[in-house]
Design a binder for this molecule. Structure first.
Ligand code: HEM
Length: 562
C-alpha cells in the first residue's frame, strides 16, 4: 500500500514556513519593483517634454508619420523644450540630449557604454558585433580591431582607393548629360573598396555582388527603422506575422551570403599559404609598442586630427604606437590569423559578426556622406570652384593618382567634408542604455537608471549655441580658429570617447581620395536646392528624393572666378 503523501510533519512544516516566506518574498519584490518604477516615473516626469496620454505615453506621435516627418517633428520639439527632452514610449523613458556638455558626460564615460535595447533589432544581422556588444566581449574585440585601422595600414590602402575611384569616374561617363542618383555609384564603390581593403578580397575574386549587397543593406535599414518607431513591430511575435519578417529573411540571405563567401575565401587562402610555409605575423607582433618607430605623432596631422583632438581616442593612441612597415595586416586577415594561431579567443561565428558589422558600418555611412558632399557642391558652385582650384594647385592638369602627401594638402576639401558631416551626419542619432543614475550639466537633471539616452547629433550640429548660421553650408566653420573655439562635443559625427567610430580615419582618407578623383574629372550640378531635400533617417541619414545630380566633364584648367 502507498503511504499517505498528504500527511506527515514534514509537509505541515513546508506549509507553515515555506509558503508564507514565498508570499512575503514575492510581496517585497513587487513592492521593491513598484518603488523603483514610481521613482523612475517621478524622475522622468521632472524632465521637460511633450504631453503624454495614458498607457501609450508619447508613442502615438509616430502614428502616420514618415521618417522625414519624424526628423522635422524632433527639431520642432527640440526648439520648444530646449536641450533636454524626455519622451515616454509606454513605460519606457527616452531622453534626447542636444547640449555638448551633457553629451560629453555620456560619450566620454567608461561606464555608460551599453547600447540601447533598440539595437537588438540588428542582432539577426550583426549578431554581437562591435557595434552592439558590450562588457568584456566589446572590450577585447575593440582592442583587437582598432589597430587594424592604424594609419600605416590605411596608407597601404591608398592604391586601392585610387583604383576604385578611377573605376567610378569611368562608370560615371555613361551618365554625362543625364540626371541620375549618385548614391547608387557611391554605395557600390564603397562596398567594393571595403571588400578589397578591410577584407583583403582582390578585385578578381569579387563578382557583381556589391550592388545587390548594398541594396539589401538599404532595405534592411528600412525594416529596422520601422521597428524602432512603430512600437507594435517591437514585439517579435507581431513582427514575425508581418511581410517585413519574410522580407528580412530574404535580405539576410543576400547579406550573409556575401559575408560567408568572403570569410570562406579568406580562410582557404590562409590555409593554402600556411601549407606553403607562409604565416602572417601575430597580433602581438602587430601591436607591439616600438617606441623608436614613433614617427606619426609629430607628422602627417590633418585638419580632422585637430578637430577631433578634444576627444583623443584609442585610434590616436594606436597611431602614435607605430607598428613598423612589414608587420601590418588588414582587418579580416588579422581576425583569421589570430583565430587560427590562438593569439585571441575569437570563434568563426564571432568573426562573421565582426565582418557583417564592418561591412555595414563601413559602407552605408561613407556612401551617404560622399553623396551629400557631391550634391551640396552641385548646389554651391562657388564652393565647388574653390575645391577644384585647390585640387588644380595640387595636381595641375595631370591624371596621376593621389598619394598620402596630396591628401594632407586637401585642406579646403577636408573642410567641405567636415561641414557636410555636420549638416548631414550619416548617423543622425546614437542611443545608450543607462545602468546607473546620471547627473547631467543642464539644470543638474538626474537621468534615472534604465533610461534610453539619445544623443541627437543632427540637432546638436544645427544648434545656434555652437554655430553662427547653423543651417547654412559654410566650410569655414572648420577653419582651425573657428573649430578650436567650440566645445569639442558640439561636433560628433563619428561619436566620441571609448565607443567612437573605429573607421573614422579610414573614412576620411577614403572620402578625400574618392571625392577628389571625381571632382578633378567632373563638375557637379544639382537642380534641387537644399531647402527641397527630403530627408529620411532609416538608421543612416539619406535623401528620400534620391541624390539627384548632373555631371559635366572638366577641362582641367584653373578657374579664375575664385
Ligand atoms: C562617414 C563615415 C562614417 C561615419 C559618419 C561613422 C559614424 C559612426 C558612429 C556615429 C558610430 C557610433 C554608433 C553608435 O554608437 O551607435 C560608429 C561606430 C562604428 N563605426 Fe563608423 N562611421 C563611418 C565610417 C565607418 C567605417 C568606414 C568603418 C569601418 C570600416 C566604421 C566602423 C564602425 C564600427 C565598427 C563602429 C562600432 C564601434 C564600437 O562600438 O566600438 N565606420 N560609426
Amino acid at each position: 500500500m502507498l503511504p499517505d503523501i498528504d500527511s506527515g510533519p514534514d509537509l505541515d512544516l513546508t506549509r507553515l514556513i515555506f509558503y508564507p516566506l514565498l508570499l512575503l518574498a514575492s510581496t517585497l519584490w513587487i513592492f521593491h519593483r513598484w518603488q523603483e518604477q514610481s521613482r523612475f516615473h517621478k524622475m522622468g516626469n521632472l524632465l521637460p517634454g511633450p504631453e503624454t496620454v495614458p498607457f501609450f505615453g508619447n508613442a502615438l506621435i509616430a502614428l502616420g508619420k514618415t521618417n522625414g516627418d519624424l526628423v522635422k517633428y524632433s527639431l520642432k520639439v527640440a526648439a520648444k523644450y530646449g536641450s533636454v527632452v524626455r519622451a515616454w514610449i509606454g513605460s519606457k523613458l527616452v531622453v534626447f540630449l542636444i547640449d555638448a556638455q551633457d553629451i560629453e558626460v555620456i560619450l566620454n564615460s567608461q561606464v555608460h557604454i551599453d547600447k540601447a535595447p533598440e539595437y537588438q533589432y540588428f542582432k539577426p544581422w550583426l549578431g554581437e558585433g562591435l557595434l552592439i556588444s558590450s562588457g568584456n566581449k566589446w572590450r577585447t574585440h575593440r582592442k583587437m580591431i582598432a589597430p587594424t585601422f592604424h594609419i600605416n595600414i590605411l596608407k597601404s590602402f591608398i592604391s586601392v582607393f585610387n583604383q576604385n575611384s578611377k573605376k567610378v569616374v569611368e562608370k560615371l561617363r555613361s551618365e554625362v548629360g543625364k540626371t541620375f542618383d549618385v548614391h547608387d555609384y557611391m554605395s557600390t564603390a564603397t562596398v567594393d573598396i571595403l571588400l578589397e581593403t578591410a577584407m583583403g578580397i582582390t578585385r578578381k575574386a569579387q563578382n557583381e555582388s556589391g550592388f545587390d549587397y548594398a541594396m539589401a543593406v538599404m532595405k534592411m535599414c528600412d525594416i529596422l527603422h520601422q521597428r524602432h518607431y512603430k512600437f507594435w513591430l517591437r514585439f517579435d511575435a507581431i513582427f514575425k506575422l508581418t511581410s517585413f519578417f519574410k522580407e528580412q529573411k530574404k535580405l539576410l540571405g543576400i547579406i550573409h551570403g556575401l559575408t560567408n563567401k568572403v570569410i570562406k575565401n579568406k580562410k582557404e587562402t590562409y590555409l593554402a599559404n600556411k601549407s606553403k610555409g607562409f604565416i602572417p605575423p601575430s597580433l602581438d607582433e602587430l601591436t607591439r609598442d616600438t617606441a623608436d618607430e614613433n614617427i606619426l605623432a609629430n607628422q602627417a596631422k590633418t585638419l580632422s586630427d585637430t578637430v577631433f583632438k578634444g576627444y583623443r581616442d584609442d585610434l590616436d593612441f594606436n597611431d602614435e604606437q607605430d607598428v613598423g612597415e612589414k608587420k601590418r595586416l588588414a582587418f579580416l586577415d588579422l581576425m583569421i590569423e589570430s583565430a587560427q594561431n590562438g593569439t585571441n579567443q575569437i570563434t568563426d561565428e564571432e568573426i562573421k559578426e565582426e565582418v557583417d558589422t564592418i561591412m555595414f558600418e563601413g559602407h552605408d555611412t561613407t556612401a551617404a556622406g560622399s553623396s551629400f558632399v557631391l550634391c551640396l557642391l552641385g548646389i554651391y558652385h562657388d564652393i565647388q570652384d574653390k575645391v577644384y582650384n585647390e585640387l588644380y594647385n595640387i595636381f595641375g592638369d595631370s591624371d596621376r593618382p593621389v598619394n598620402f602627401a596630396d591628401t594632407l594638402e586637401m585642406k579646403y576639401l577636408e573642410r567641405v567634408i567636415l561641414e557636410t558631416l555636420r549638416l548631414y551626419p550619416p548617423v543622425p542619432i546614437i542611443a545608450r542604455n543607462l545602468n546607473s543614475d546620471v547627473k547631467i550639466e543642464t539644470n543638474d537633471y538626474v537621468l534615472p537608471k534604465g533610461t534610453t539616452v539619445v544623443i541627437a547629433t543632427y540637432a546638436l550640429h544645427r544648434s545656434p549655441k555652437y554655430y553662427k548660421n547653423p543651417d547654412t553650408f559654410d566650410p569655414d566653420n572648420f577653419l582651425p580658429e573657428n573649430a578650436s573655439s567650440r566645445h569639442y562635443y558640439s561636433y560628433v559625427p563619428f561619436s566620441a570617447g571609448p565607443r567612437s567610430c573605429v573607421g573614422r580615419k579610414y573614412a576620411l582618407l577614403k572620402l578625400k581620395i574618392l571625392l577628389s578623383t571625381i571632382l578633378r574629372n567632373y563638375k557637379c550640378i544639382s537642380d534641387v536646392p537644399e531647402s527641397e531635400f527630403k530627408l529620411t533617417a532609416d538608421i543612416i541619414l539619406k535623401r528620400l528624393d534620391g541624390f539627384k545630380l548632373r555631371i559635366v566633364p572638366r577641362e582641367r584648367i584653373p578657374l579664375t572666378t575664385v
